[in-house]
Design a protein around this ligand. Structure first.
Ligand code: GLV
Ligand code: MN
Ligand code: MN
Length: 441
């Protein structure tokens, strides 16, 4: 089904099957009528923003920092108030359960993350995390017990590369546990710091079919919804992301006595590399993006020609094959750049988030939940990575976006409006109840 057919089917209410059934199901017409407590939700979000608050007005709460750990304690307190039972799995994720009426059913998972990028904002991940707890609390206050057990999931180190959710989906490799996170701790040290147990990390793993479904509310992080004045984004797919550490090796030498034509300047080669990444990525048609986001020159003195540079390369696209084609072109170009001044380039892959389409049935129930609330929707891709893409390998996944003001994210000026946050949480609640009705697992 292409996008146009999908939209037409949605409008006609035809996408009403889960697990191959042929009947019109209650979630297409049912109006659960429950609403979250918006004031409480926005208050919790403001309280959470105090952990790691940065002077620029956002948060610096990188995974495995003290601020991250303290915020997790706060979150687990909220979970208990919402009469959930939080536990920390061996991968360091917070998993808070609520029993369903049928213990034989697989759980429905919903949640997000509370770690941030360095100098980040207070909404990325936090909105979906606070909303998930609010939804659970609302269900409790209405005396509603779902058929499926529920699990509110706060994934650890989303920003570093979906480390917590990929441990659960089985995509995390042993070698990645030695990667150094933004906190300075390795992933293994970070997991231990959060209360996980790396030696038993395999116990956190789930298999395809172990979950009835996964839902995540998130800020859009782009400017489309605000620009087009749409309330809710229904995510059709999440980009794939690959990141590499790139080491450029030259020769450190005296900056005063080494003639210009005898230098093996690693920083000069790295500068050409940065330009080449931009040129190659923009040289192909499509929406792919490529970034060199970190670069360090060694030994790093004004009077020494840099002998070594360590930088990062990140490539994103909905098509994994395109990421690989771009990478191949960039590696070939780096060899050419290195030959110009006697330097070499080495690429070490840090991690991969595989591209993930959302499940069309979950998209349809998110749209139905929004429609019931009188909210406008748009089906759209996600250019940001999300834990939902790891969960998509385990069961039907759907994501709900709300507008980001000015399309600013991963920056202190990130902002979503209280009313949009409440709308998003109510759509999450409605979508969850519909999924509970329709999911067969
Ligand atoms: C996560 O927010 C990412 O897209 O990098
Ligand atoms: Mn996020
Ligand atoms: Mn982010």
């Amino acid at each position: 089904m292409n996008r146009r057919e999908f939209t037409a089917a949605l409008a006609a209410g035809a996408l009403s099957t889960w697990g191959g059934g042929r009947h019109r199901l209650p979630w297409m017409s049912g109006a659960p009528g429950r609403r979250v407590n918006g004031d409480r939700l926005n208050r919790h979000l403001a309280e959470l923003a105090r952990f790691g608050a940065n002077p620029q007005g956002g948060v610096t709460r990188v995974a495995y920092s003290d601020a991250d750990k303290q915020a997790r304690e706060y979150v687990m307190g909220l979970m208990r108030e919402a009469r959930l039972t939080p536990t920390i799995d061996t991968a360091g994720n917070i998993i808070a359960s609520r029993a369903g009426t049928d213990p034989n059913r697989k759980p429905i998972l919903f949640g997000s993350h509370i770690d941030s990028v360095p100098e980040g904002g207070s909404y990325d991940g936090n909105v979906g995390s606070m909303a998930a707890i609010e939804v659970a609390q609302t269900l409790g206050e209405h005396g509603t017990t779902t058929r499926h057990p529920l699990q509110v999931t706060i994934w650890q180190n989303e920003e570093g590369g979906l480390y917590g959710s990929r441990a659960v989906s089985g995509q995390l490799t042993q070698a990645e546990l030695s990667n150094v996170s933004n906190s300075g701790k390795t992933i293994a040290e970070g997991i231990a710091f959060l209360g996980g147990d790396v030696a038993r990390i395999a116990e956190a793993r789930r298999q395809r079919g172990d979950i009835a479904g996964y839902l995540e509310l998130h800020i859009e992080q782009g400017g489309t919804l605000e620009r087009e004045q749409i309330d809710i984004g229904v995510v059709e797919g999440i980009v794939g992301i690959k990141q590499w550490e790139v080491t450029v090796t030259g020769f450190a030498n005296h900056a005063g006595t080494t003639p210009m034509d005898q230098r093996h300047d690693a920083l000069l080669a790295a500068s050409r590399f940065v330009e080449a990444v931009n040129r190659i990525v923009t040289g192909m048609p499509g929406r792919q993006v490529g970034t060199v986001g970190r670069l360090q020159a060694f030994p790093g003195a004004p009077n020494v020609i840099p002998g070594r540079v360590v930088c990062t390369l990140e490539l994103r696209d909905l098509d994994a094959a395109k990421i690989d084609a771009l990478h191949e072109a960039i590696v070939a170009e780096s060899t050419r750049i290195g030959a110009q001044n006697g330097t070499t380039f080495a690429f070490r892959m840090l991690h991969e988030n595989v591209p993930a389409p959302s499940d069309p049935r979950v998209r349809a129930l998110i749209a139905a939940a929004a429609r019931e609330l009188g909210l406008t929707t748009k089906v759209m891709p996600s250019g940001a990575g999300h834990d939902a893409q790891a969960m998509a390998t385990l069961g039907p996944m759907g994501m709900i976006f709300i507008p980001s003001i000015g399309g600013i994210s991963h920056a202190p000026k990130e902002l979503s409006l209280p009313n949009d946050i409440v709308n998003g949480a109510n759509v999450l609640l409605g979508a969850l109840l519909r999924m509970d009705q329709m999911a067969s697992g």
